[in-house]
Design a protein around this ligand. Structure first.
Ligand SMILES: C[S@@+](CC[C@H](N)C(=O)[O-])C[C@H]1O[C@@H](n2cnc3c(N)ncnc32)[C@H](O)[C@@H]1O
Length: 327
C-alpha cells in the first residue's frame, strides 16, 4: 500500500492522552527534584517515535534484532501455547513490527488492541496492520499505560486475553513501578490470561553501553529531541548547544541511565517558571533495567504471574517469556 492509500484507511483511536497541563506539571515537578528526572513517556512525540525506530535499526542496538529473532524462531510454539481466539493487547506498541510476527501466526485472534502514548505512531501502525491483516479487528487506544485503561471489546468473541509487552519497555520503569504495572497486567489478563514479555538480560558492560550510545548519535538525538518538544509545547527556552547526551551503566542498580547533561551553569525558562542547572548536572530521561533470569522470575511471581516458558537467543542476550496469571 502506498502512503496515499494508507492515509485513506478510515481509523480513529480512542484518545485518552495526558494534556499539556499534565505534561507541564510532571516535567516541572521532575526538574525540581534534587536528582532531576523527566518521565520517559515524554520522549515519544512524533519525532521521538521516528528516532526510536531508527535506533531499532542500529547494529549496536541488539535488543530489537535479538527479540525479533527469538519471536520468529519460536513462533510455532508460542502460537500453540496461546491457542485460538485470543484478544491481543499490546502496551507501548510503537511501530508494531514485532506484532506482525504474532498476527501472521496466532490462530484466529479475536482482536488487537494497541495502546500507545505517541498518537501519530499509533495511528500509522494501526493503519498498516489493518491493511495487512484485514481479518483482524484493530482497536487502537491512545493512552498512558501507567494509568488504568479500559480495554475495548472486540466484535468477535474473545478467548483468553494475551498482553504483549516487547522491547524491554518494562526495564524503563523503576523497580516498584514495574511490579505495580505487572500486578495491573495480571488483573487485565484475568483468570486464564497470559503475558508475552520481552525482558533484557544482564551482560557485558561494553555491549550495553554501546547499545545506548551509538556511534551515529541516534540515541543522543532521541534524548535531546525532548528539549525541542519542551520548547515547542511547554514554552521552554532550552538552548540545546548548552547540553549533551549522557549514558552509563550503573552496576549497583543494574541499569543503563540515560540523561541530558548541562554544559554550563544556566537557567532555563518554562513560561513563568525557571529551572537552574549547574555545570555537569544530569537530568535523567530514561532508565533501562537489566535482569538475570532469577531476578525476573522473582519479580513476576511477586506480581501474580507464573512463568510458563522462557525463550532466549544462543548468546543469552535477551529473553521472551510467557507468563500466566497465578490461580
Ligand atoms: C522501548 S519502546 C518499544 C516499542 C515497541 N514495542 C518495540 O518493542 O520496539 C516503548 C514504546 O512505548 C511507548 N510508551 C512509552 N511510555 C508509554 C506510556 N506511559 N504509555 C503508553 N505508551 C508508552 C513509546 O511511545 C514507545 O512506542
Amino acid at each position: 500500500m502506498t502512503q496515499d492509500e494508507l492515509a485513506k484507511v478510515p481509523l480513529e483511536c480512542d484518545d485518552r492522552l495526558p494534556g499539556r497541563k499534565q505534561m507541564r506539571d510532571d516535567v516541572i515537578a521532575g526538574l525540581r527534584r534534587s536528582q532531576k528526572m523527566i518521565p520517559a513517556k515524554y520522549l515519544y512525540d512524533e519525532q521521538g517515535s521516528i528516532l526510536f525506530d531508527q535506533i531499532c535499526d542500529l547494529e549496536e542496538y541488539y535488543p530489537t534484532l535479538t527479540e525479533m529473532g527469538i519471536l520468529r524462531d519460536n513462533i510455532d510454539e508460542i502460537k500453540d501455547i496461546v491457542g485460538p481466539n485470543c484478544l491481543l493487547i499490546e502496551y507501548g506498541s510503537g511501530s508494531g513490527d514485532k506484532t506482525r510476527i504474532l498476527l501472521e501466526h496466532l490462530i484466529t485472534p479475536a482482536g488487537y488492541v494497541p495502546i500507545e502514548i505517541s498518537k501519530e505512531a499509533l495511528l500509522a501502525s494501526a493503519k498498516r496492520l489493518t491493511a495487512a491483516y484485514p481479518h483482524v479487528c484493530v482497536l487502537p487506544v491512545c493512552a498512558d499505560f501507567m494509568q488504568p485503561i479500559k480495554i475495548p471489546t472486540s466484535i468477535k468473541a474473545a478467548g483468553q486475553r494475551l498482553i504483549f509487552f516487547p522491547g524491554s519497555t518494562i526495564g524503563n520503569m523503576a523497580p516498584e513501578e514495574s511490579t505495580a504495572f505487572l500486578m495491573r497486567c495480571a488483573t487485565v489478563c484475568g483468570p486464564g490470561g497470559g503475558m508475552l514479555i520481552g525482558v533484557d538480560l544482564k551482560k557485558d558492560t561494553a555491549k550495553l553501553e554501546a547499545a545506548y550510545d551509538d556511534t551515529e548519535g541516534v540515541s543522543a538525538a532521541f534524548a535531546m529531541n525532548v528539549l525541542d518538544r519542551f520548547n515547542r509545547e511547554l514554552d521552554a527556552n532550552f538552548d540545546s548547544s548548552k547540553f549533551c547526551y549522557h549514558s552509563v551503566y550503573n552496576h549497583e542498580d543494574g541499569r543503563i541511565e540515560m540523561g541530558i547533561k548541562s554544559l554550563a551553569d544556566q537557567v532555563v525558562g518554562f513560561g513563568n517558571s525557571e529551572i537552574a542547572f549547574a555545570q555537569d548536572e544530569v537530568m535523567f530521561t530514561e532508565f533501562s533495567h537489566k535482569f538475570s533470569l532469577g531476578q525476573w522470575q522473582e519479580k513476576a511471581n511477586r506480581a501474580g504471574f507464573d512463568i510458563v516458558h522462557v525463550w532466549t537467543d544462543p548468546r543469552q542476550l535477551f529473553s521472551v517469556q510467557y507468563m500466566t496469571v497465578q490461580s
